[in-house]
Design a protein around this ligand. Structure first.
Ligand code: SF4
Length: 264
């Protein structure tokens, strides 16, 4: 059986990556020119497409309303858990009008498996009521409108815009922020600033798929605690290479399979 693309020998590393690694492990190199950083970023983005050809939105949905509700429910819960409750949720409440008029006890019962079900019922009701009161029950297709909805920030808005409206969006969640900092693409911690900096490096038309690929890489390979550096297809360009095991065998054992990757 052939190895997956993320589990192959690490090729020789590029000069910027070596230089950055030699500066005490700080991944962002202020001396790297914007042109060099952009070239490196685009090379890594192309490699991510090879490594994760199956990257996609892991929340199940059939329309913008379902995706918006599912994304809001996914706070502090895995996508897999949300996918378990949304079939019965949307069968019972297929649109914003139905959800806005939901019986709270019944709604809480449906949401129970997600944990924090009282808070999630509140979020779902507040969101549906705002959609009915201000947007005729329809999900708006503009960032400026989406972020006025309760529980909807830029991250959720970008998920909805990118995956339900075809409007490119960068989804800066915890995986995304951690990885682009490790890549040395930004030193920013604030998600809005991270989004603005990465927008300069990656072509706009690729933002949505690029976000899925980075998040897949964070779930499968570049874990928060133990990055599988020795089995990472990005190692050649990554200044953080070495923060996790570099031994190929040890690192490969850390890589999560597609089935096991939805744990965070
Ligand atoms: S696993 Fe290691 S080499 Fe790969 S992106 Fe993460 S820090 Fe860089």
């Amino acid at each position: 059986m052939s190895s997956p693309a993320y589990a192959r020998p690490v090729p020789p590393r590029s000069a910027p990556a070596r230089r950055a690694a030699g500066r005490g492990g700080e991944p962002f190199d202020p001396d790297e020119t914007q042109l060099a950083r952009t070239r490196r970023a685009r090379r890594m983005a192309r490699e991510l497409a090879v490594i994760h050809p199956d990257a996609h939105c892991e929340l199940d949905f059939t329309n913008a309303f379902e995706l918006l509700v599912a994304t809001v429910l996914s706070a502090q819960t895995t996508d897999k858990t949300v996918n378990k409750v949304t079939p019965s949720l949307f069968a019972r409440y297929p649109d914003a009008v139905a959800l806005a008029g939901a019986d709270r006890a019944e709604l809480e019962e449906i949401l129970k498996p997600t944990g924090f079900f009282r808070a999630k019922a509140n979020s779902a009701l507040g969101l549906a009521r705002a959609l009915v009161e201000r947007f005729d029950g329809e999900v708006p297709g503009r960032m400026a409108d989406l972020v006025t909805l309760p529980g909807v920030g830029r991250k959720t808005a970008n998920v909805v815009l990118g995956n339900a409206f075809g409007v490119p969006g960068l989804t800066v969640d915890t995986h995304f922020g951690r990885l682009v900092r490790r890549f040395g693409w930004t030193a920013e911690e604030d998600p809005v600033k991270v989004e603005a900096e990465i927008a300069e490096l990656v072509p706009k038309r690729e933002w949505t798929m690029f976000s899925h690929r980075v998040i897949f890489h964070g779930r499968r390979v570049c874990h928060a605690k133990k990055a599988a550096c020795g089995a990472c297809g990005l190692a050649r360009w990554c200044p953080s290479y070495g923060i996790g095991p570099t031994d190929p065998e040890v690192a490969t054992a850390l890589v999560k399979t597609p089935v096991a990757s939805d744990t965070e």
